[in-house]
Design a protein around this ligand. Structure first.
Ligand SMILES: *[C@@H]1O[C@H](CO)[C@@H](O)[C@H](O)[C@H]1NC(C)=O
Ligand SMILES: *[C@@H]1O[C@H](CO)[C@@H](O)[C@H](O)[C@H]1NC(C)=O
Ligand SMILES: *[C@@H]1O[C@H](CO)[C@@H](O)[C@H](O)[C@H]1NC(C)=O
Ligand SMILES: *[C@@H]1O[C@H](CO)[C@@H](O)[C@H](O)[C@H]1NC(C)=O
Ligand SMILES: *[C@@H]1O[C@H](CO)[C@@H](O)[C@H](O)[C@H]1NC(C)=O
Length: 844
């Protein structure tokens, strides 16, 4: 009985309907149903009647339609206990409302329930019967061939295809159809199209939400490589399509997705088993109905397919029948979504009290009774004689079968809510329009905007699609000691909450496949260890990759190079310092303001060394250190140069008559100014570090298969403040040195300082655009290069000419050669000897 076999039925029915329409014009004016549909299987009279569509039978005897004769009515087979439970739940709600004095007081409720046997053809007929009534009505004229419908609203139906048939027939009349359950039923996305099915509402959320929730659940446990089995019907195919789409967005890859239907031939099942065996993923997502799952698990048990972590849809995850079928415990540890467990007080007792189904005394009750107690009534035709005889006094104590199993209580609750939704809508309408006629359209509008709470506190309302808010419980199959599986609720999924709060799982209470406490791992490739990088495998999903060692890229080559340069710079500076120190008494060193010179050499050493902090793997500390160390040492450096420049300028002023510069730029002031300039930078750095310090940062941008580990600046303002301050000092220094460059003397340091500052500024002006535009590792290389270049610039311009004189032209290194006025003044500035100053002025 696949859906393809149903279509001839359906086509026949349409043909028949068309014929009715065309022939009825010629016939006498009697309005009657063409089809001899029997009376409702279950009914009870009342002022207001609710229709019910159930498949009390789940199949029918195959018949060969020849299209020569009118087909015989369907012979339904396979009694379906589940549907009787649904019917009982509906009767329970109706009786409760009937008894209530608050809801529809003084109005009695009745019901008419028809059996569709799961046949599309029959459901069309049932839909018409509920809309029109069954009785023939003679009418003198065409206009009078109308009468009110039998029912005010319809609850239920069984499968997607059936529900579509019913809604197509009754939809144009706006008879509200409130879906009762949706267990692997019409909660498929087809019914999303509300322009086509405006009168359809449901009390179970659309599977669209379930599929998305399943994908998020899979993501939550880090399973990025999963297999999938889907039911080969609307439920499975649509559900899996949505799952696949969401999974892709979440970075989950499907290793395989195979369709399965319970009537599939053995070779097809064999292929599925081969696929599972050949797979490397350990997680199987099964989007199937309980009927399909039972068959599948039965087959898998034969092949020892243990050790897989199952993720289940609401179709089977809460079904104890499936758990019973799973004798080999393949499904232990399964996790999945179900509509929230529910409790409706009195419901269970009511359902088990089957006598209420006998209210209309129809033959279906006898069949039900016989099947329930596995006995036969004496007068029953089908009695073969070797069965136990029914007494009519059997009771359910000790009986355990599909009818006594209450695991579908959440769905009974949905039936219950559906009936109440209709009753509330009718209640409001009755109050509003005391005597005027209520039509379907009004009822439908009212149901759509209904919002009430059941006696158990469940809020019932429909969104603009006619769907309730999607709420699921996360169910975990936990084996118990006696071999029975417990369905433990381990979390919640609620679409009415914000995205980050929708999924809540209690990790510690989970049991996984093979009774493990560890979350199973299902990935195509393990995470790449540090020092290696992902390389995608050709033709495989993105979750599959190889890890290869990170190539020694450009940064590594330059890093070698840059380290050597910075070490060379350091040694060179130390060398210059040694030369200066050993010749500290020589005129040229003395003339060069030896205190500031040594300080400058010291800070240059630090500058070279601080470039080393940029090399190597960024850590919290190295990130914080690198920019601040660089900022402070550079300011120290430039303040020394600035100090030297000022001394030269001051010295020139001091040679002019009447100036008294000595007083206010002696060694103490020089030291203080260097200290003050540096302190400002220290303060900037402290602010930066305390407000928003730089931190190590993985940069995925720009390179798809590479990750760049770099230091994020934290506060860009901090970084630019540090750089800006250096720039400010450098420019100040440059201007002063420029002013002093033409001062007459045969030894004028200002020239060298101007030149070094020119190099310095050029380097940093080119650095800034390069820094801003180069990504990740290159920006570091650029920064190191800038530091080294400017340090070498200072070192070479300021110190090398002096070393040259000291070492190679000692004849120039004489007091006489240095003897300008400037020299003596500089010496005196260094020593702050007012006496010597006086002496000099006296001698001149
Ligand atoms: C509802 O109540 C009326 C009397 O108030 C009763 O006749 C009718 O059978 C009841 N219907 C159901 C479904 O219990
Ligand atoms: C409705 O009232 C009748 C009579 O009082 C009672 O027997 C029946 O159990 C009630 N039904 C429900 C569902 O409460
Ligand atoms: C639960 O486990 C998942 C995956 O193992 C993990 O991502 C998540 O943070 C855990 N949540 C809690 C609350 O421990
Ligand atoms: C299944 O596994 C059990 C134990 O692991 C082993 O004894 C049995 O032979 C296996 N059956 C098949 C069909 O592989
Ligand atoms: C069902 O109702 C009929 C008539 O009301 C009664 O004769 C019969 O015994 C009932 N069946 C059972 C099993 O209670």
């Amino acid at each position: 009985m696949t859906s393809t076999q149903r279509w001839p039925d359906w086509g026949w029915e349409l043909l028949q309907l068309l014929l009715i329409v065309s022939f009825s014009q010629a016939e006498e004016l009697v309005c009657r149903q063409r089809e001899d549909l029997k009376n409702p299987q279950l009914s009870n009279d009342g002022d207001i009647i609710l229709g019910g569509i159930f498949s009390f039978h789940s199949s029918w005897k195959n018949r060969q339609d020849s299209y020569m004769y009118k087909p015989l009515p369907l012979e339904c087979t396979s009694l379906n206990f589940r549907e009787f439970q649904f019917a009982q739940a509906m009767i329970f709600a109706i009786e409760e409302i009937n008894n209530s004095t608050d809801l529809l007081p003084g109005i009695s409720l009745g019901y008419k329930m028809y059996d569709t046997c799961g046949s599309v053809a029959r459901s069309v007929r049932v839909g018409l019967a509920l809309a029109n009534g069954n009785e023939a009505v003679s009418a003198p004229s065409e206009e009078q061939c109308t009468k009110p419908a039998q029912v005010q609203a319809i609850i239920g139906e069984t499968t997607s295809s059936v529900s579509r048939a019913v809604i197509t027939v009754i939809g144009p009349f706006y008879i509200p159809l409130v879906g009762k359950s949706g267990k692997y039923t019409y909660d498929s996305n087809c019914l999303f199209d509300k322009t086509k099915y405006p009168s359809f509402l449901r009390t179970i959320p659309s599977d669209y939400y379930q599929s998305r929730a399943l994908a998020q659940l899979v993501k939550h446990f880090g399973w990025t490589w999963v297999g999938a089995i889907r039911g080969n019907d609307d439920y499975g195919n649509n559900g899996m399509a949505t799952f696949t789409e969401t999974a892709q967005q979440l970075g989950i890859c499907l290793e395989y997705s195979v369709p399965f239907f319970r009537t599939d031939p053995p070779d097809k099942i064999g292929k599925i088993i081969d696929i599972i065996k050949a797979s490397t993923s350990k997680v199987i997502v099964a989007f199937l109905t309980q009927m399909d799952m039972d068959v599948l698990i039965h087959e898998l048990s034969k092949h020892n397919l243990t050790g897989y972590q199952w993720v289940g849809s609401e179709g089977w995850i809460l079904d104890s029948q499936t758990a019973e079928t799973d004798r080999h415990h393949l499904l232990d540890g399964a996790i999945g979504l179900s509509i929230p467990k529910a409790h409706v007080s009195g419901m269970r007792e009511f359902i088990l009290n089957v006598k209420s189904l006998n209210s209309s005394g129809h033959e279906i009750f006898t069949e039900f009774w016989e099947t329930l107690f596995s006995c036969k009534f004496k007068q029953s035709e089908s009695s073969t004689g070797n069965e136990r005889e029914c007494t009519g006094h059997e009771d359910l104590t000790g009986v355990q079968n599909g009818f006594t199993d209450m695991s579908l209580m959440p769905i009974f609750n949905n039936v219950y809510k559906a009936v109440y939704a209709v009753a509330h809508a009718l209640h409001i309408l009755k109050k509003q329009k005391k005597n005027s006629k209520i039509n379907f359209h009004h009822i439908l509008q009212e149901i759509k905007t209904i919002n009430f709470k059941t006696k158990e506190g469940d809020e019932v309302y429909f969104n603009q699609n006619g769907d309730p808010a999607a709420k699921y419980e996360i169910i975990n199959w936990q084996p118990t000691e006696n071999g029975i599986v417990d369905f433990v609720t381990v979390g919640l999924y609620d679409t009415s909450l914000s995205a980050d709060k929708q999924l809540k799982v209690q990790n510690n209470s989970l049991v996984w496949a093979q009774n493990s406490k560890q979350v199973p791992v299902s990935v195509c490739s393990e995470k790449c260890p540090p020092g290696t990088r992902k390389v995608l495998q050709k033709g495989k999903p993105v979750c599959c990759y190889d890890c290869i060692r990170c190539a020694e890229g450009e940064i590594s080559n330059t890093t070698v190079l840059l380290t050597a340069a910075s070490l060379f710079g350091t040694f060179m500076t130390v060398g210059v310092a040694v030369i200066f120190f050993s010749h500290r008494k020589s005129p040229i060193v003395r003339a060069n303001n030896s205190e500031l010179s040594f300080l400058l050499l010291f800070s240059l050493t630090l500058c070279f060394l601080c470039s080393l902090t940029f090399i190597g793997r960024p850590s919290d500390w190295s990130c914080m250190l690198r920019h601040t160390a660089f900022g402070i040492t550079f300011v120290l450096c430039i303040s020394c140069v600035l100090g030297k420049t000022m001394v030269v300028l001051m010295a020139f002023r001091a040679t002019l008559p009447g100036s008294n510069v000595m007083k206010w730029f002696g060694p103490v002031q020089q030291r203080l100014s260097v200290l003050a300039f540096t302190l400002i930078q220290v303060v900037i750095c402290i602010l930066w570090l305390s407000i928003s310090p730089p931190f190590p940062f993985k940069n995925f941008m720009g390179f798809k298969d590479k990750i760049i580990l770099e230091c994020a600046l934290g506060s860009a303002l901090g970084f630019w403040a540090v750089l800006g301050y250096i720039g400010l000092l450098a420019i100040l220094c440059f201007i002063l040195a420029f002013l002093a460059r033409k001062l007459p003397d045969n030894f004028n340091e200002a020239k060298f300082i101007t030149f070094s500052m020119l190099i310095f500024c050029a380097v940093w002006i080119t650095f800034i655009p390069a820094y801003v535009s180069s990504p990740g590792k290159f920006s570091v290389a650029v920064e190191i290069f800038a530091i080294l270049a400017s340090s070498f610039g200072l070192l070479i311009c300021i110190f090398i000419p002096k070393c040259y004189i000291i070492l190679l032209k000692p004849e120039k290194n004489t007091k006489k050669n240095m003897m300008g006025k400037l020299y003596t003044i500089i010496i005196s500035l260094q020593n702050n000897l007012r006496d010597s100053y006086c002496k000099i002025t006296n001698t001149s």
